[in-house]
Ligand binder design. Sequence first.
Ligand code: 13P
Ligand code: SF4
Length: 310
Amino acid sequence: MVSSTLDIAEEILELKRAKKVILLAHHYQEAEIQAVADVIGDSLELARKAREAEGDVIAMCGVWFMAETAKILNPTRTVIVPDAGASCSLVEGCPPEPIREFRRRNPDYVLVSYINTSAEVKAESDIVCTSRNAVNIVNSIPAEKPILFLPDKNLGNYVKQQTGRENMKIWQGSCVVHNTFPARRLLDAKAAYPEAIVVAHPECPEAVLRHADFIGSTSAIIEYCGKSPAREFIVMTESGVQYSLERVNPAAKFHYVANENCNCSECPWMRLNTMEKLRDALLTLEPRVELEPALMERALRPIERMLAVK
Ligand code: 13P
Ligand code: SF4
């Protein structure tokens, strides 16, 4: 018999209790997954929660690098992900070997890695950042130090512009979702909804960001819309944020702009996770993140440095 979503939700809640699981969900997960989560957050909040998680198991409903980060921060817990294929175009576009080569050739550079990187790349880095704290992280580095910011070119350009940092090289990676939002579709949406406030994730290209009234991480966008008196928004990020947006500002309308990649605004990697796969992962405690202790030790330092920056 095929179980209904309601039955699966019950099974998940029961398995969570029985196996002492904390279920962490990113805002880009489907609404049903967010509804059974203990914590919903952006990548910085999920990392913080993972570090302090008690119980036996962390179920990371997000993408693989988020689960790796959870494992590195809390190595004695079992960390599972519903779909082991849930990667990220930024991770895929930034293999560790060229980063090691850059380090060898440029020992004076400070490597600032977006959290959307593999454990191997984090291990080569000096400090990690997320979209929420990237400006603060770069500002925390002495002005005379040259920086390599990786791997997101749009976030890198945004941070460079916000910090006025001249000596900053930027890796040319991009997000398949945000980088393909066309500015012309945003302008069409602005014409259709002239009262709407535009909120955007900094992974969007500059041609989009220049039309934004607010730029921030997923949770920062949700907080901003929750506090805003506005009743109409154009949201330039993954449409999974709708789950929290409609809770923080129930009277508002939220419009999404389709990108040129999938003609939607959903992350193909995040959406590999489903309720069925989550239930199965809780049953078998697989797929599970396993990392070499030496690698975890090296990757932990730049993550801890990030968490120490206010
Ligand atoms: P946040 O840091 O806003 O959660 O972003 C993560 C991400 O993958 C954005 O595409
Ligand atoms: Fe990676 Fe983009 Fe998906 Fe975020 S939305 S996980 S940056 S591919």
